[in-house]
Design a protein around this ligand. Structure first.
Ligand SMILES: [Zn+2]
Length: 384
């Protein structure tokens, strides 16, 4: 629970000078002041801390090695071909050095995708520098190379939002998965940069993991999704069956809370939906939010789910007429936001800073009224 002091979020943001040391340009070595790409004993490459990294630290900032706009899946291969054949040699080397998973390879080497790539190569790479047509063999080599690179892209790409499409990153794409990730990645649509921050303290030498899946899911579902990358997750959450009950319960609580919040969307309008939510009132919903917060924290998942649950708990605090509680939860939501995306980033469309200001003014107003009432009560002669 947050203290009642004015908001003080601990941030370990870099100064402008330090920031330049964290920026990874696609043509540079994948190393920052905090972390570097190295071989792992078992799973190819990974990213490792080179010194102790405090929670909230900005570990790296990078632009994509290769990115494509947000287009329907059937057009993605064509966009990829155009982007690939415009790439610089160092970026091609970086892309080629990333892993290619069996399922991604299967999907690009299938007839549909391969024939689109073939067509593109034929139309755009059909003639060599000397103006001669490429032989069938040369074309076939170009198509094989493009298919392979596209498979690598599909294995490693990060969706950066509906406006910005998808990209592969030299540093971020090297991170291995854990259902207890160490970082939060944030794509800034204005700058086109991806920032990576520590969401808990990381020790020097430890491997730094991201997550490839939605973490508020039962273990079996997470593992099913991870099959696409061709591995069985052995992270602490998957290796210990004692965590299964916790994650199942978190899913159940999250569903109940989401249903309740959706039904009462802004608490001001009645919806036409005649399906009553399972939770019967704000007290019950607040209890569920509190239990969910505890479980998420116990599991060490400091990301969007925790932010949203604090946010919902804050809204429910107002509904149960406990403004101080609402303010405490709003400050917790903001603390998570700053840790994950920095003081200038935004984790959702909601604005915790504005909401905190509103709650503070409501509390100040209520206190003034309380004082006035007490004063009046004191002055009024008591009725015999
Ligand atoms: Zn796992």
């Amino acid at each position: 629970m947050a203290s009642q002091d004015p908001i003080s979020v601990e941030t370990v943001d870099a100064t402008a000078e330090e920031l330049s040391a964290l920026v990874i340009h696609p043509h540079e070595e994948s190393v920052t002041k905090w972390a570097k790409v190295s071989k792992t004993p078992a799973s190819g490459f990974g990213v490792f801390a080179i010194q102790d990294i405090p929670r909230g630290t900005l570990i790296a900032v990078e632009t994509a090695v290769l990115s494509i706009p947000n287009v329907p899946d059937e057009e993605a291969a064509i966009e990829f071909c155009a982007a690939l054949h415009k790439s610089t040699k160092p970026n091609l080397d970086r892309l080629e050095s990333l892993s290619l998973d069996p399922l991604a390879w299967k999907s690009v080497s299938g007839d549909a995708v391969r024939s689109r790539i073939w067509q593109w190569c034929q139309d755009n790479l059909g003639t060599g520098v000397d103006g001669q047509r490429m032989s069938h063999h040369e074309l076939s080599v170009a198509v094989d190379y493009t298919c392979r690179c596209y498979g690598i892209f599909l294995t490693n790409n990060l969706e950066t939002g509906s406006d910005s499409g998808r990209g592969v990153y030299a540093f971020f794409s090297r991170m291995n998965h854990s259902c207890r990730p160490d970082i939060f990645e944030y794509f800034n649509t204005k700058t086109g940069e991806l920032s990576i921050r520590a969401i808990h303290d990381i020790k020097a030498g430890d491997q730094i993991h991201s997550t490839y899946v939605d973490l508020l899911q039962p273990r079996k579902k997470r593992q099913k999704t991870l099959e696409a990358w061709g591995f069985m997750c052995q992270c602490p959450a998957c290796a210990n069956p004692a965590f299964d009950a916790l994650s199942d319960r978190a899913v159940e609580l999250d569903d109940m809370l989401e249903e309740y919040m959706y039904y009462h969307e802004d608490f001001s309008s009645d919806t036409d939906d005649d399906h009553e939510p399972f939770l019967k009132g704000p007290d019950e919903a607040l209890g569920v939010a509190q239990e969910l917060i505890q479980i998420i924290r116990d599991q060490g998942i400091y990301g969007e789910s925790l932010f949203h649950t604090y946010w919902n708990a804050s809204k429910l605090g107002v509904e149960v007429d406990d403004l101080q509680l609402a303010l405490d939860y709003a400050r917790e939501a903001r603390e998570i936001e700053v840790c994950c995306v920095g003081a200038d980033g935004k984790m959702s469309d909601e604005d915790p800073v504005e909401w905190i200001g509103y709650l503070e003014s409501q509390i100040a107003h209520a206190n003034e009224e309380g004082l006035l009432t007490a004063k009046l009560a004191h002055q009024e002669p008591s009725v015999p």
